[in-house]
Design a protein around this ligand. Structure first.
Ligand SMILES: *[C@@H]1O[C@H](CO)[C@@H](O)[C@H](O)[C@H]1NC(C)=O
Ligand SMILES: *[C@@H]1O[C@H](CO)[C@@H](O)[C@H](O)[C@H]1NC(C)=O
Ligand SMILES: *[C@@H]1O[C@H](CO)[C@@H](O)[C@H](O)[C@H]1NC(C)=O
Ligand SMILES: *[C@@H]1O[C@H](CO)[C@@H](O)[C@H](O)[C@H]1NC(C)=O
Ligand SMILES: *[C@@H]1O[C@H](CO)[C@@H](O)[C@H](O)[C@H]1NC(C)=O
Ligand SMILES: *[C@@H]1O[C@H](CO)[C@@H](O)[C@H](O)[C@H]1NC(C)=O
Ligand SMILES: *[C@@H]1O[C@H](CO)[C@@H](O)[C@H](O)[C@H]1NC(C)=O
Length: 466
């Protein structure tokens, strides 16, 4: 037995020393010199190192560089990955919506007699749900003015805030007031400014004296959501029949006039869009692009600048630089949003409300008739007796954000449709409007005596007389 002591050279400044390690070199010792043994040992150490560390590393590196070369830069790879992810989500969803007509052996002369060919074969409850929703939503609808009044009253009585004050004005907030945020991202430092915005003279001076929506009551309003179901719906003319059109998140309209209409009177814009589409307004060109993009809309751009601390600065920058003559920028009133949020929280709908769902509540209090278009949280719809795949939005296929519960919101709106409070339009427009009926009621709800007679109550009265 030959004992040999050796040392490996230090690596990365950390000396790795092996002492008294036995090497069984009995059979070789007679043939090899000390030098050769040392060399052999070094070689075997290198071989082991190659095998355990270097080769796997190289393979990993090679793999990464081939995937890089397939998709190009890192940004390209990220985009590729995002597309793959969306594709995976879509195919999973499509499995949920697996639905077919009964597959009966074809015989053309028989076809006319085969009643069962009309029937659908639902393999999943989800598919059946979509089918039923659409069937119900496209059949006759009866407006129920009494229910609309009740809903409007309940909202008003709960929030004790006039719907017109969904925008901030010098009347709705004092020059020294604070506005409380309602979205709280976890990663930020929690100082006072994390929770609330302190109004200052600079901003206060730029607010309208009173809400531009005070004393306003519109006959027919449309709220246009952004669902892909609007594509090929031919709803444009229908939407343009409205006196007042609400739109969401500055969705493009000009190229989609036939399906999404062209009128717009108030368009919401989530401040996250400044990050996504306008380079966080860092340069004058970004500001120029932003202002250029919003000129597409008429009326008002509604900015929820007081949703969260981390969005506030950029959003107010946009507000202060809003120097175009039309549309006009107005700021969302976080108090009103939170009142509606709490209204539904008390009813166990706890997730953050989407802009479309929220603004529908404003419409319910400002309009005699509310029509919803493009509210459909499913990637499929039934079209001409066939199941049709559609993009998430009518203008792109980006998946819905997960911060809202679109499904729950849809369930609520669906029931409001059923109760004649509003009308949801899904599928093709045009033919179903003539079937609608309007049901009135002379009942006037008692209003609590301690509350001043505001324009909201005035609206109730006007509504009740129509
Ligand atoms: C279709 O049905 C008719 C009568 O039911 C029959 O005479 C004919 O052969 C059938 N054709 C085919 C292609 O099966
Ligand atoms: C209006 O609100 C008050 C106080 O929240 C409540 O006591 C009352 O029952 C409400 N009225 C209706 C008709 O809901
Ligand atoms: C705001 O100003 C009013 C008078 O202008 C005053 O009564 C009130 O106390 C002030 N509030 C705060 C929080 O400073
Ligand atoms: C709504 O906007 C359209 C143009 O998009 C305009 O013609 C109409 O007068 C506006 N309605 C109201 C009530 O401002
Ligand atoms: C409005 O703002 C943009 C961007 O900040 C600027 O380029 C433009 O000159 C301004 N227009 C007016 C009329 O002030
Ligand atoms: C709208 O914004 C995009 C950038 O997001 C810009 O490329 C485009 O030129 C803008 N359109 C107008 C009409 O300003
Ligand atoms: C809301 O949820 C709570 C707790 O989960 C439950 O106790 C309550 O009955 C629910 N209310 C309604 C209206 O569903």
């Amino acid at each position: 037995m030959y004992k040999y002591q050796y040392q490996t050279p230090s690596r990365r400044g950390r000396s790795l020393e092996y002492h008294d390690t036995s090497l069984d070199v009995d059979c070789l010792s007679s043939m090899l010199t000390r030098k050769a043994q040392r060399l052999l040992f070094c070689m075997s150490v290198v071989a082991v190192f190659m095998l355990v560390v270097y080769i796997p590393l190289m393979i990993r590196h090679a793999h990464r560089s081939t995937t890089h070369s397939v998709c190009g830069s890192k940004a390209d790879c990220d985009r590729r990955r995002e597309i793959d992810r969306r594709e995976a989500v879509r195919s999973k969803l499509m499995q949920q919506f697996d639905v077919k007509k009964f597959d009966i052996r074809e015989n053309e002369t028989d076809e006319i007699h085969l009643f069962t060919k009309k029937l659908w074969h639902f393999r999943r409850a989800e598919a059946e749900r979509v089918y039923l929703y659409q069937r119900i939503l496209t059949s006759e609808w009866t407006m129920n003015k009494r229910n609309l009044r009740r809903m409007s009253y309940e909202l008003r009585n709960h929030s004790n805030i006039d719907a017109a004050d969904f925008v901030i004005s010098q009347t709705s907030s004092a020059s020294n007031s604070t506005l409380d945020y309602y979205i709280f991202p976890k990663a930020l430092v929690k100082t006072d400014s994390y929770y609330r915005y302190h109004m200052n003279d600079g901003l206060f001076g730029k607010l309208p004296e009173i809400s531009p929506f005070r004393e306003k009551l519109y006959d027919r309003c449309s709220v246009v959501g952004n669902s892909g179901i609007l594509l090929d719906s031919q709803c444009g003319d229908d939407i343009d029949k409205s006196d007042f059109t609400f739109r969401c998140n500055i969705a493009p309209i000009a190229p989609f006039r036939k399906d999404a209409g062209s009128k717009s009177n108030l368009t919401t814009m989530n401040p996250s869009i400044f990050h996504k589409r306008f380079g966080e307004l860092k340069t004058t060109q970004d500001m120029y692009d932003f202002l250029g993009n919003v000129t597409e809309y008429n009326g008002y751009i509604w900015l929820p600048c007081f949703a969260a601390y981390h969005l506030n600065e950029i959003c107010l920058k946009a507000f202060h630089n809003f120097n175009i003559s039309s549309p006009t920028a107005v700021l969302a009133n976080p108090d009103h949003f939170v009142k509606i949020l709490n209204f539904w929280r008390e009813r166990n709908h706890t997730k953050l409300l989407s802009s479309g769902f929220y603004i529908t509540h404003v419409a319910l209090q400002m309009c005699k008739e509310v029509h919803l278009y493009g509210f459909w949280p499913f990637p499929v719809s039934v079209s001409e007796d066939k199941l049709k795949e559609q993009p998430c939005h009518y203008f792109n296929d980006e998946p819905f954000t997960r911060s809202h519960n679109m499904d729950d919101e849809f369930r609520l709106l669906f029931q409001m449709h059923q109760h004649g409070v509003l009308k949801m339009h899904v599928g093709k427009c045009g033919s179903d409007a003539s079937k609608d009926r309007r049901k009135g009621s002379e009942e006037i709800l008692e209003v609590p005596k301690d509350r001043t007679k505001s324009d909201a109550l005035l609206r109730q009265e006007i509504l009740s007389k129509t």
